[in-house]
Design a protein around this ligand. Structure first.
Ligand SMILES: *Cc1c(COP(=O)(O)O)cnc(C)c1O
Length: 404
């Protein structure tokens, strides 16, 4: 038993065992990677990459997939293939990994930062409407932590005004919106396979779409401006080399086979974790909108209400970490506060919810939900223990007036 004394104050931690490592290999992965290494086709453009593009796109309800070197490059490629450039504006959420906004600047357009919803941590569809100008060409909703952004409300705003929707699904491999999968619902979608992501090849990314013209343009740009059925040394676009290697594609193919089971495992473990917090006041986990029927729990954000919980966010993070749970503070500032945006063209709408999240929010990593339900329950026990030790003491009268 860990007792009541906080590990931070010299007590015994709730958990001493580490959570499962991530990323990790499955049985058979090494054999398939070694087969490709024994062949002479290590690079992009061959059968292994084509097979992965096809099954990944199909799994996410899209007709075409273009596997590339990173999620960042997939975003740039998407915007480039949509013909977005100088003079254009692209709406992005105030909180995401910086690539969501930098990709916009990299194609010469201006990111327009829009507030998040305080409870879902996703871009606020109401605020999107207020951010649209006659220069708006696209918006990039991020399915934060693997909870789908409200694509019904977002696409209403977008289609009324002819604006493309690029889903940033870097957190959302296998997430579902009313039975349709992330990335395949908007004009196009992108995923990341960077080291920490729910499918990983160390680095990597993919652009998926069902728009044939967009796919053809993207494929050509990612492959030095080549066209299918034309010569290797014939170049028709100002392209570049974004190709994913065969080694990455094979590793990712193995992981796609496990994805659905892993998403289910995380959801089961997340439920157990959330149930364990039922008695804890002043702590709110990310909410999913009704249409978000499958969450990937890539990261699980939440917030601490200092008055009700009894601790501020930073003290909460320190105390829970000491109990053996890898919790981290939320982003230190909204995207627009990064120094780079002092130098580049952008617009920022008022973002009180994004600002608030930098002060009171935290997140839990995927690894925490990749073990047993008991492992996940430990994290709830740690938080409950910190809460018991910290919550404001009830006030009782100290003079004789209440004695009866
Ligand atoms: C990781 C990530 C990206 C970019 O992916 P990389 O593969 O690291 O370039 C883009 N958007 C979001 C929301 C991400 O988390």
């Amino acid at each position: 038993m860990s007792g009541r004394k906080l590990a931070l104050n010299g007590g015994v931690a709730v958990r001493s065992a580490p959570y499962p490592p991530w990323p990790s290999l499955g049985p058979g992965d090494l054999d398939r990677v070694s087969d490709i290494l024994k062949s002479t086709h290590w690079g992009g453009g061959g059968e292994a990459v084509e097979a992965f593009e096809e099954i990944f796109a199909q799994y996410h309800d899209a007709s075409f997939g273009i596997a590339v070197s990173s999620g960042t490059m997939a975003l740039e490629l998407a915007l480039h293939a949509l013909g977005i450039g100088p003079e254009d504006e692209v709406i992005v959420p105030a909180h995401s990994f910086v690539a969501t906004a930098l990709a916009v600047s990299r194609v010469g357009a201006a990111p327009v930062f829009v507030d998040i919803e305080p409870d879902t941590y996703n871009i606020d569809p109401v605020r999107i409407g207020e951010a649209v100008s006659d220069r708006t060409r696209a918006m990039i909703p991020v399915h934060f932590g693997g909870v789908m952004a409200d694509l019904d409300r977002i696409s209403t705003v977008a289609s009324d005004r002819g604006i493309s929707v690029v889903e940033d699904a870097a957190h959302a491999h296998g997430a579902e919106w009313y039975g349709m999968r992330a990335g395949g619902i908007g004009t196009c979608g992108i995923f990341s396979f960077q080291n920490s992501k729910a499918m990983s090849a160390g680095e990597g990314g993919i652009l998926i779409t069902s728009d044939e013209t967009l796919a053809a343009r993207g494929r050509s740009v990612a492959n030095a401006g080549r066209l299918p059925e034309r010569g290797w040394f014939e170049h028709f676009e100002i392209g570049t080399n974004l190709r994913m290697t065969a080694v990455q594609a094979v590793l990712l193919g193995c992981q796609l086979e496990r994805l659905q089971d892993q998403v289910r495992l995380r959801e089961t473990n997340f439920r157990r974790f959330a149930d364990g917090l039922a008695e804890v006041e002043g702590l709110e986990l990310q909410r999913a909108p009704a249409g978000a029927i499958v969450q990937t729990r890539y990261i699980v954000p939440g917030r601490v209400d200092e008055k009700r919980f009894g601790l501020g966010r930073d003290e909460f993070v320190a105390a829970v970490q000491a109990e053996g749970v890898p919790v981290r503070p939320f982003y230190p500032h909204p995207l627009y506060a990064n120094p780079v945006f002092r130098q580049v063209r952008h617009r920022t709408l008022p973002c009180p919810a994004a600002e608030q999240a930098t002060r009171d929010s935290f997140w839990l990593p995927l690894r925490l939900f990749m073990g047993t339900p008991e492992d996940a329950a430990d994290a709830a026990r740690a938080i409950a223990k910190v809460h018991r030790a910290s919550r404001p003491r009830p006030a009782f009268p100290t003079n004789g007036s209440a004695a009866g």
